[in-house]
Design a protein around this ligand. Structure first.
Ligand SMILES: *Cc1c(COP(=O)(O)O)cnc(C)c1O
Length: 238
């Protein structure tokens, strides 16, 4: 794991250099879905503090396991990111443990998360508003998740007005049928216009194992990497 992590960090640095960007401007978010809590512990031991998960039940179990591990170390410095599609009936649970939700793509989901985050704040289960990224669809096919571009401003405005949430930026997954370079170029344009309206929305969560170079070229600030770090997931993975 240590060798693969080093290789991946070098790959991200090289992508930054090729794009003429400061290596400190792109964060690695290890995606640990389908891998056990013990692997998260190993990565934690190697200095990683942010972890991405995509399925609520699996994530909640891992969060609990890491909570015990960190309590034993007298440490609590960890940030969990929900990156997968989120059903509204899971919002209350996710609001207990998530530092950031990357996959907010509707006003209904945003409103539900706001209620959930405020309940978690009131109950002392979290200390800060829930940071959310708007997931945008780059192929305008809402079946794959993400809000279509023409609805981005309305959704971002709505989130910015909700007290339990904090608008952090934009997230996207490159469509399969378009070259990543042109998809991420379009994403960069959308992110620039979002920041003109909401200067605080600086995060651009884009790029995975197969396309992180193209994402860094187009301004990604957070690459979500599973396979290139953890190895292949089971064939049933989503
Ligand atoms: C699984 C997943 C990733 C990581 O994908 P890899 O190709 O394994 O690096 C990134 N983003 C999301 C939303 C995912 O679900």
């Amino acid at each position: 794991m240590s060798t693969r992590l080093d290789g991946l960090l070098h790959r991200i640095d090289a992508a930054c250099e090729a794009a003429g960007r400061d290596p400190g401007s792109v964060r690695l978010l290890p995606v640990t879905k389908f891998f056990p809590a013990t692997d998260v512990e190993i990565l934690y031991g190697l200095g990683r503090r942010d972890f991405g998960e995509s399925r609520e039940q699996e994530a909640s179990a891992k969060v609990a396991a890491l909570g015990e591990y960190l309590a034993a170390q007298d440490d609590s410095d960890i940030r969990w990111h929900m990156i997968g599609r989120l059903q509204r009936n899971k919002a209350r649970v996710v609001a207990r443990w998530a530092h950031t939700v990357h996959s907010v793509d509707s006003e209904r989901l945003a409103t539900t998360l706001d209620t959930a985050a405020r309940a978690a704040l009131d109950a002392g289960e979290r200390s800060d508003p829930l940071r959310v990224l708007v997931q945008i669809s780059l192929d305008d096919d809402p079946a794959r998740g993400g809000v279509v571009a023409r609805e981005l401003d309305a959704l971002a405005d709505r989130i910015a007005g909700l007290p339990g949430l904090r608008l952090g930026g934009l997230m996207a997954i490159a469509p399969l049928d378009v070259p990543a370079d042109s998809a991420f170029a379009r994403l960069a344009t959308l992110h620039t216009s979002l920041m003109a309206r909401h200067p605080e929305a600086t995060e651009l969560s884009a790029g995975m194992s197969g396309d992180l170079e193209a994402a860094v070229e187009h301004g990604s600030t957070c690459v979500r990497v599973g396979t290139a770090l953890m190895g292949a997931r089971p064939i049933t993975s989503a």
